[in-house]
Structure formats: C-alpha cells, structure tokens
Design a binder for this molecule. Structure first.
Ligand SMILES: N[C@@H](CCC(=O)N[C@@H](CS)C(=O)NCC(=O)O)C(=O)O
Length: 228
C-alpha cells in the first residue's frame, strides 16, 4: 500500500519541525514501513488532503485518510499488528501519561522559546497566518512570548522528570522503544529543528536517551536538516 504523510515544512522545505508530524514519522518507522513525506506550509490549506481539517500530520494510505498523530498510531497498530506501538493496556496508559505531561509541562515551557524563531524561518506567505493564529491562541505577541523570562529553567525542570524512568531503563518503553518514546522524542524534535542552538540542557540520562533516539532507524532523526 502506498503511504503518503503530509508534513509541515518551513521556507526551506527540508526543515520539518512539527512535533506531531515527527510522532507520526517515528511510528511509521517503528513499523518498518516505507513512506513518502509531502511538505506543506502553514497557510496553503488548499494543498492539505483535508483543507477543512487544516492540520498535519495526515496519512494517505491507499484510499484511506488518517488524520491526527494519535489516530495514525492507532491505525498503524490495527493495520500492522506486528511490533505494536503499545502492546498492552499498561503501555497504552503510560503513553497517555507522557502525552499529558507534554501538554501540561513540556510544550507550555518550550513554546515561548520557539514561536518567534519558527516565524522567522517560515515561508514569507505563511508569516502573517502564523503570527495571527499564534498570537490569538496564546493571547500575546510573538515578541512578548519570546521575551518571557525563565523559560529555559522551566523546560529543564520539566525534562528532569524523565531522568526517573531513564535512569532505570534504556527507553521510556523499557528495553525497547514504544509509543512513549516516540511521543516525547517527536516533541524534542520541535526545538531541535526550529533553531540551530541547543536552547536547554537535558540531564545526563535524558541526553543519552536522546542520542539513542536520534540513532534509531539508521539515524533518520539525526539526519533531519536543522536551521543554520
Ligand atoms: N492533534 C493533532 C495536532 C496537529 C497539529 O496541531 N499540527 C500542527 C503542526 S505541529 C498544524 O497542523 N498546524 C497548522 C496550523 O497551524 O494551521 C495531532 O496530534 O496530529
């Protein structure tokens, strides 16, 4: 079956920082599937497979259209049951926990450090939409978000929590990676691909896990183009 993943791209079409698109890419790679990525900008909704939905990732799998990274993971486990992303209810519950941690802690801490940088790297025709949609969503200008104090410390405090599991296990999934790892590493690709700098420092167990994640699948994530 031909698999096409719509993926968010910046002005340089090879720079693809979307955390949710990364979660989808990791889950496809976990299944060992070949897929093609199709870059779209923020505002050219007419080029999205479902313009009204207006978000990516969207997976086109033959005649099927699967929207949303969580739906893509569930569809992959249903369609390709080998190598489950979450093989037990316990693993699925852990994945829900990491997702909740991302939304409650990591994303709010890192987002203010990224939005102005992403705006600068977006295609010119995407910039007005990106600014207006983010300023409406967060109730502040991109400049105010960027100027927020203490975000680096907040991200570092948030990420410190992962030292717990990663001091005992190689992966959040235990001995081998599972959906928990892909959710968190997908989110970590967001700062990695939105700025050339490493904008915060992760504690040693988390930094070592990040390196292992970058090496998976023949270094797929490590090879992803970063801004210069
Ligand atoms: N719940 C969705 C969220 C998808 C999402 O918000 N994607 C962003 C990119 S990270 C998007 O499509 N943005 C387009 C826009 O801002 O209009 C998922 O998990 O796939």
């Amino acid at each position: 079956m031909s698999l096409k993943l719509y993926d968010l791209a910046l002005a340089d079409r090879d720079i693809r920082p979307s955390p949710f698109c990364w979660i989808a890419k990791f889950t496809l790679l976990h299944k060992g599937l070949d897929f093609e990525t199709i870059p779209v900008g923020f505002s050219n909704k007419q080029d999205y497979p479902d313009p009204e939905y207006g978000r990516v990732p969207v997976l086109l799998a033959g005649d099927e259209m699967v929207k949303d990274s969580a739906a893509i993971a569930a569809w992959l486990d249903k369609t390709y049951p080998e190598k489950p992303l979450t093989g037990t209810p316990g693993e699925a519950a852990a994945a829900e926990f990491y997702k909740a941690w991302l939304f409650a802690s990591y994303f709010p801490a890192v987002m203010p450090m990224l939005v102005k940088r992403i705006h600068a790297l977006a295609k010119n025709e995407d910039k007005p939409y990106f600014r207006a949609s983010r300023e409406e969503r967060f109730g502040k200008t991109l400049e105010e978000l960027h100027a927020a104090k203490g975000q680096k410390e907040k991200v570092e405090k948030s990420v410190e929590m992962l030292s717990g599991p990663l001091s005992h296990y190689s992966y959040l999934g235990g001995e081998t990676p599972n959906l928990c790892d892909y959710l968190v590493m997908g989110a970590f690709m967001w700062p990695r691909l939105s700025t050339p700098e490493d904008i915060y420092k992760a504690p040693a167990p988390v930094a070592a896990w990040t390196e292992r994640m970058l090496d998976l699948f023949d270094g797929y994530a490590r090879k992803a183009k970063r801004p210069s």
